[in-house]
Ligand binder design. Structure first.
Ligand SMILES: Nc1nc2c(ncn2[C@@H]2O[C@H](COP(=O)(O)OP(=O)(O)OP(=O)(O)O)[C@@H](O)[C@H]2O)c(=O)[nH]1
Ligand SMILES: [Mg+2]
Length: 300
């Protein structure tokens, strides 16, 4: 039947830490995207596929693309991250530009100089502001009302306006049969999701620069119906960081492993055996060839 299904790619972009990955996990009702209170947590694009039926009964498959935050750091890894976000913008049908309710308008103005993609402007974390602040910020953005399709203040934490956002996104998607099998929630493989869960645990359990100077590689992955075995390495830049990741009596690495394993068991719905080892690989994030080994390929 014609015009009975909508499907398209929707890049979710915005400043680091504004809540992009949290929103997509919430819409999916599963925590597969890495979330951290530290900025610059997401490093690669990830498709998160949400089925939705609008109020007229039209089915859609919204392929949200979680992206690294738009930022200006010079490091090579950060350049890769920015490139990922820009690529997601240029490849999508529609953007959701997200900014925290407290953010200055300059970040949105910067986005406007980057792209002319049709977009919905989302102001996040409204639970952290009072009504007066929210209305004032919305009024400030009105000078750009010829640029955005709509402006939606949301709170993921309070589940505020999330349905409205889906309704609005789906309304702007092209009529098209679904791109992906309607059962799947992401085209990412389980190994990649497990890697991100370990990285999330590193972000949660270590402070300062360590999460930014570390990454995870799954060296061996044995999948079976009731038990997945994962042998992974955490890489850091310096010897001193290695001792911090391991911690006194290996307490830190055990905590990282335990948290990651528990989350994997929830997502994989099976038992997990996880072995984590820590390695120093100087400059793993400072050379293109090295970054490639961690899946950050500039040429892709
Ligand atoms: N109060 C409040 N906090 C939120 C909300 N949404 C997300 N957060 C918090 O904001 C922080 C950042 O969330 P992320 O989802 O990792 O942000 P992000 O935009 O994906 O960040 P990057 O991947 O670094 O670009 C986390 O500590 C979240 O718990 C919200 O609606 N309200
Ligand atoms: Mg993120």
């Amino acid at each position: 039947m014609q015009n009975s299904f909508r499907s398209g790619f929707v890049a979710v972009v915005g400043r680091p830490n504004c809540g992009k990955s949290t929103l997509l996990n919430k819409l999916l009702k599963q925590e597969i995207a890495l979330v951290s209170h530290k900025a610059n947590a997401t490093r690669k694009k990830m498709n998160i596929i949400i089925p939705f039926v609008d109020k007229n009964g039209v089915d859609s498959q919204i392929i949200f693309v979680d992206t690294p935050g738009l930022h200006h750091q010079e490091k090579l890894l950060n350049q890769f991250m920015l490139k990922e976000a820009l690529r997601a913008i240029s490849d999508c049908d529609l953007c959701v530009f997200m900014s925290s309710i407290h953010d200055d308008l300059k970040y949105y103005e910067e986005f406007l100089t980057l792209s002319e993609k049709p977009h919905i402007l989302v102001l996040s974390k409204t639970d952290t502001a009072n009504n007066e602040e929210i209305l004032k910020k919305i009024a400030e953005y009105q000078k750009y009302d010829n640029k955005f399709l709509s402006l939606i203040p949301i709170s993921t934490q309070k589940s505020l306006n999330l349905e409205r956002l889906l309704e609005e996104v789906s309304r702007h998607l092209p009529y098209s049969p679904p791109f992906f099998d309607t059962e799947i929630i992401t085209d990412e493989n389980l190994k990649q999701i497990y890697k991100e869960i370990i990285r999330e645990s590193v972000f949660n359990n270590l402070s300062d620069e360590i999460p930014y100077e570390s990454d995870v590689r799954i060296e061996k992955f044995i999948e079976s119906p009731r038990l997945d075995k994962i042998f992974a390495k955490v890489f850091v830049e310096k010897e001193s960081q290695k001792s911090m990741v391991i911690g006194k009596n290996a307490q830190t690495i055990k905590r990282i492993g335990k948290q990651a394993r528990e989350k994997m068991e929830k997502i994989g719905e099976k038992k997990i055996f996880l072995e984590l080892n820590v390695f120093v690989q100087k400059s793993w994030s400072k050379e293109k060839e090295n970054l490639k080994k961690f899946g950050y390929n500039f040429e892709d």
